[in-house]
Write a protein that binds this ligand. Structure first.
Ligand SMILES: [Zn+2]
Length: 357
């Protein structure tokens, strides 16, 4: 793959640090749009999480995931097109925008993406992707991007041509009703933090990022010590999925998401986790852009944590529950609260055992 430059100091693609900033408040933000938060996240875990949710509630959620993600992507791209460069972007051509999205997708770890057909007059786009970071999220990205550009509702479908290889068709009927502007959750003002990263002087990303291996041809980013695949994507796109599930399926959804994430993280935790101190956890969350762990303690009573600027609080809460269970060997009972200023507090204590009933 030509055209991709890697940092001479740490080996990470230069685009990563050029486009994203790792901040001392536990967030990752886009440099050109500091309100847009990003996650550098275990992407294999996403599909496991969705499958766990489906297993717990007993109904498929794929369509809801695609639709919610599409809405977030559409809103975001509309916002970009409204900026000073928007009209220019339209002018220089949709093909180039799409080409750029695809190219960036490889750096972000989305998979081996190819645009097979882009037919503007017939409102059709066909993509092929091998090993997507998450098939429903990628479908949502494509649908949302096309809706933002064409300004009308679209449909998307995929077929698995061979294992892990998909052909995705997006179609926007020319006379479909124009889409309403949608409201996305407003970002809360962020609280300042004092996290310090050991930054690469060459490309301004934390040194921890250089423990990931980028394969641009395959569009993958792998954490070398564990083999876990990661991807970089907007945190709002994930949050709106949980919001939508809750709106559609009811108030038991937050608990379900927490349990689904706990189940997933339980399978991820190994000996490495038992030796992690609070500073390690704080750093690990911040490298992923999940927030600033300002307090964490564990005693006989249980575990307590407070996170400022939390992203996807349900994911954090599920992860904390898994960690409690891993460290204590006991089942945890979790309560959590988001305060009006956005802080996440999590309390976990040992669950009462119900035996023999
Ligand atoms: Zn570097």
């Amino acid at each position: 793959m030509g055209g991709f430059k890697f940092c001479k100091v740490c080996g990470v693609p230069v685009h990563i640090g050029k486009d994203q900033s790792w901040n001392s408040d536990g967030t990752i933000t886009q440099r050109r749009d500091p309100d847009h938060r990003m996650l550098f996240f275990d992407s294999e875990g996403l599909d496991v999480l969705f499958r766990n949710i489906e297993g717990l509630i007993g109904i498929p959620i794929e369509n809801m995931v695609i639709e919610s993600k599409a809405r977030a992507a559409e809103t975001y791209i509309r916002h970009l097109l409204r900026g000073p460069k928007g009209p220019l972007a339209r002018l220089i051509g949709i093909g180039r925008i799409v080409g750029r999205v695809v190219e960036q997708g490889r750096v972000m770890g989305y998979g081996d993406i190819k645009v097979v057909e882009f037919n503007w007059s017939e409102s059709r786009m066909i993509c092929e992707i091998r090993d997507p970071y998450s098939l429903p999220l990628f479908c949502g990205d494509l649908k949302g991007a096309n809706q933002a550009i064409r300004k009308v509702a679209g449909t998307i479908s995929y077929e698995e041509v061979e294992p892990g290889f998909y052909r995705i068709v997006n179609y926007n009927a020319p006379h479909a009703p124009e889409l309403q502007e949608r409201l996305m959750p407003k970002p809360l003002p962020r609280k300042p933090g004092d996290i310090t990263f050991d930054m690469c002087p060459g490309c301004r990303v934390p040194r921890d990022i250089s423990r990931f291996k980028w394969d641009i041809d395959r569009g993958t980013v792998i954490h070398e010590p564990t083999g876990v695949r990661h991807a970089i994507f907007g945190s709002t796109g994930l949050q709106v999925i949980f919001d939508e599930l809750e709106a559609e399926l009811g108030e038991s959804i937050p608990e379900t998401v927490i349990e689904a994430q706990r189940m997933h993280m339980e399978s991820r935790m190994d000996g490495r986790w038992s030796s992690l101190g609070v500073d390690d956890l704080r750093n690990w969350l911040a490298v992923q852009g999940l927030g600033n762990l300002v307090t964490a303690r564990r005693d006989e009573e249980g575990m307590y944590a407070r996170v400022e600027n939390p992203a996807v609080p349900l994911i954090l809460t599920g992860t904390a529950t898994a960690l409690y269970q891993f460290l204590t060997g006991r089942k945890g009972e979790t309560t959590w609260k988001l305060s009006p200023d956005g802080d996440l507090e999590i309390w976990i204590k040992a669950a009462q055992e119900h035996r023999g009933a």
